[in-house]
Structures are given as C-alpha cells and as structure tokens.
Design a protein around this ligand. Structure first.
Ligand code: NDP
Length: 287
C-alpha cells in the first residue's frame, strides 16, 4: 500500500478536539460485492477517510478493505450512519454494535444520525441523539454528529441536550448552496460535510465551471471540489473509477481566486437546485 498523497490533505479540527481529513471518499451506491475492491483502490489512490452508512449495505466491504489493506486502524478515518429504521434507543444500540462488527473495528471515528425523520418516531430525534451521546461517552464513537438536520433541528438539539454535534452532513453543491444550514452550523461550531459535492456529476458541464476549469488548467470536478475546500466544508466524492479517484484527490496544489469562488457560489438555484430529498418531509424507512 503506497502512502499516496495524503500528506497534502488538510486536517480540520472538530468541536470535540479531534481532527478529520477534509477530503475523504464516499461509498454511497457502491454495490456491496464491489465495495472491498473499490475501497482498496481508494486507499491506493491515497484516501484515508471513508464515508459509509448502515443503509448503504456495504459496511462489511469497507471492513474487509480495511483488514486487507495493511493500514493500521488509526491511519483511516471511518464514518458510518444510523439506519432510519433504528432510531429507537435500543435499536440504535444493537445496530451500532453490528456496524462495529461489520467494519471489523472497536470504534468508529464518526457516527451520525443519517436523517432527522421529523414525521416519524413522534418527531423525537432527541432520544436518538442522547443514545449517540452514550456511544461517544464510552469511546466507541470518537465523534458524533448528524446528517440532513435543518437549522431548526440543530436548535432543538442545542436546547434539549448537552452535546453539540461535531458535524452536520448535508447536501451542498454549486446548484444547492444550502447556505442557511451551513451558516447555522458555523454559528454553533458545527462543521458542514457537503454530500453529493459534484451533484452526482450534474455540475460538471456547467458553462461557468467549465470556463474556470479551462482557465486554471484543471478539470471541472477538481474546480468544484476545490470550491468546497476553500469554503471550509468537508467533502468525500464517490467514484468507482480509479483515474477519477486520483483526479478528485489532486486539490491541494492550486487555489481558486475569490472571483472564481464567488462565480461558482452564484450558481446556487435555491430549493430548485436540491437533488436529494427534503429533510423536513423525508420519511423513508427501509423494509
Ligand atoms: P457525488 O457528487 O460524489 O458524485 C458521484 C458521481 O459522480 C458518480 O456517478 C461518479 O461516477 C461521478 N464522478 C465522480 N468523480 C468524477 C469525475 N472526476 N469526473 C466525472 N464524474 C465523476 O455523489 P454522491 O451522491 O455519491 O455523494 C458523495 C458521498 O456523499 C456519498 O458517497 C456518501 O458518502 C455521501 N452522501 C450522503 C448522503 C446523506 O444523506 N448523508 C446522501 C448522498 C451522499 P463513477 O462512480 O461512475 O466514476
């Protein structure tokens, strides 16, 4: 296993004092049977931060890659997330243990509530959050956070619990800046993790992005990912293609000017730019 270019990836400090590599690798929609190979390819390219979830069905593949990579556990930053079906405290406890077993580890670096599900469980994501606080207290989750929480959901956790989430993982890309939620996080010391950072490819042929890419001599994907990095968000683009893994990692030897950052930010389409579900109404629970 080569060390890749990880030394170039900055670490960001979370509000609990731990650090997280700003760039990682996401495995949403990587088929379970291919996940070990894809994750090993990502390690080979130099990624040392993997973002998975119970609902992706591929934690075992990530665990197998970790085991066969030859990397020490503390060389890899591992995030997973709670299945929407398991918000009740006893279910969360049981399934968290299962995640650790499937990942082949005694701890994760970050564990998230995947969706707030305000129309499920009597709207009670607070009990779920208090259960994650247990996992942090006993060290099995070094950090805990949330995903797809709105400013109102964050405010409720602040009012009713004792621990501020380390991160909020939300949809952010040039067509959906999600600025109010980013700002609410920043005001509370919560780092934003930007999911679907290249809008699953949809922003890569945008004329503004393409023009900047041509001028700075980088690819559209690199320009968009660099925009996220300069805004201070954490990103973990997904690709099953090794050449794209390397491309998406090569972000730390160039910089966008303030005008280019502003031009990409101006592509925001507000709610119309959202590609994923609205967290206020999303209520899907896997069978
Ligand atoms: P991304 O924005 O990362 O886009 C992935 C798509 O872009 C794939 O089709 C990939 O193709 C393609 N792609 C990647 N790199 C390039 C490139 N350099 N040039 C051209 N095409 C490229 O989408 P995701 O939705 O996967 O988001 C990333 C991660 O965010 C997920 O894997 C997951 O970890 C997280 N996430 C979290 C959610 C949440 O609710 N918390 C929701 C959605 C995502 P190919 O693979 O074929 O190469």
């Amino acid at each position: 296993m080569t060390s890749g270019t990880t030394s170039a990836i900055p670490d960001l400090t979370l509000n609990d004092g731990t650090t997280i590599p700003q760039l990682g690798f996401g495995v949403f929609q990587v088929p379970p049977a291919e996940t070990e190979k894809v994750t090993l390819d990502a390690f080979e390219a130099g990624y040392r931060h993997i973002d998975t979830a119970q609902m992706y069905g591929n934690e075992k593949g990530v665990g197998a890659a970790l085991a066969s990579s030859g990397l020490a556990r503390d060389e890899v930053y591992l995030t997973t997330k709670l299945n929407n079906a398991f918000h009740r405290p006893d279910d969360a406890r049981r399934t968290f243990e299962q995640s650790l077993a499937d990942l082949g580890t005694d701890h994760v670096d970050l564990f998230l509530i995947h969706w707030p599900l305000p129309t499920r469980y009597d709207g009670d994501f607070v009990s779920t959050w208090n259960t994650l606080i247990e996992f942090a207290a006993d060290g099995r989750a070094r950090s805990i956070g949330v995903s797809n929480f709105t400013p109102e959901h964050l405010a409720r956790l602040a009012a009713e619990t004792s621990v501020v989430p380390a991160v909020n993982q939300i949809e952010v890309h040039p067509y959906f800046g999600n600025e109010a939620t980013r700002a609410a996080g920043a005001a509370a010391g919560i780092l934003t993790e930007a999911w679907s950072p290249i809008a699953q490819g949809a922003v890569l042929d945008d004329p503004t992005v393409v023009a900047i890419a041509e001028r700075v001599g980088r690819t559209p994907s690199q320009v968009v990912l660099r925009w996220h990095v300069q805004r201070g968000d954490i990103v973990f683009p997904k690709t099953v293609t090794p050449a794209r893994m390397r491309e998406n990692l090569a972000l730390f030897d160039f910089e966008l000017g303030a005008d280019d950052v502003a031009a990409i930010t101006a592509l925001d389409r507000g709610e119309k730019g959202r590609r994923g579900p609205d967290p206020e109404t999303f209520d899907w629970i896997p069978a």
